[in-house]
Design a protein around this ligand. Structure first.
Ligand code: PRP
Ligand code: URA
Length: 209
């Protein structure tokens, strides 16, 4: 079973509380989502392999380290996942970015895929799938299905708020995936919202309510 980690760093928790507040407007919401994504990227990238390298400083040769291994692809699930991309790129600027378009049918809560565009070498990359919300898990499961179908094998899922139902479903469907979340909330409402959650992440990010 992959790792499941709730990121309890005080800065992450404080910023998450700010965006949960219904009075947090679009501009602040967007900025803080990116800030949390940056802080999460720090931890999500912790197990990146390092290799030894000699570097000439102005004084002497330093026996130092540099990141080796797979290059990174950040893959947001549209729309709301877009809100986390810049924050991750702040730390990993050379990452490539793929996009998976997915929307939930508001009645059935079933996800529907409408767009997939990935780096051509996605099978060679460490993939960070990002979406602020893991509710039923349907969108994340289908997005990871789409990635695996195209050869991706090293995948981590990064979200801000998750529901126990979604975590369970994602772990069952993709037990090899590591899941990182800033909060594990209480439950899902009957209409598929995370309680207490933060509402509709896409609408709050883009001001489309
Ligand atoms: C939201 C959210 C996730 C999905 C989570 O997207 O950003 O992608 O719901 O729900 P699930 O775990 O039950 O699948 P939504 O379908 O509202 O689309 P949007 O990002 O375009 O607003
Ligand atoms: N998608 C959201 O944006 N919010 C929820 O609470 C559940 C799914």
């Amino acid at each position: 079973m992959g790792k499941f980690q709730v990121m309890d760093h005080p800065l992450i928790q404080h910023k998450l509380t700010m965006i949960r507040n219904k009075d947090c407007g679009t501009k602040d919401f967007r900025q803080i989502v990116n800030e949390i994504a940056t802080l999460m990227a720090f931890e999500v990238s912790r197990d990146m392999p390092l290799e030894d390298v000699d570097v000439q400083t102005p004084v002497a040769v330093a026996h130092a380290k540099q990141i080796s291994g797979k290059k990174v692809a950040v893959v947001p699930i549209l729309r709301a996942g877009i809100g986390m991309v810049d924050g991750i790129l702040d730390l990993i600027p050379a990452a490539k970015v793929g996009h998976i378009g997915m929307y939930r049918d508001e009645e059935t809560l079933e996800p529907h895929e409408y767009f997939v565009k990935l780096p051509s070498d996605i099978d060679q990359r460490q993939v960070f799938v990002v979406d602020p919300m893991l509710a039923t898990g349907g969108s994340a499961i289908m997005a990871i299905d789409a990635l695996k179908k195209r050869g991706a094998s090293s995948i981590k899922f990064v979200c801000l708020v998750s529901a126990p139902e979604g975590v369970k479903a994602l772990q069952e469907a993709h037990p090899d995936i590591d899941i990182y979340t800033a909060a594990l909330d209480e439950k899902l409402s009957e209409d598929g919202y995370i309680i207490p959650g933060l509402g509709d992440a896409g609408d709050r990010l883009f001001g489309t309510k």
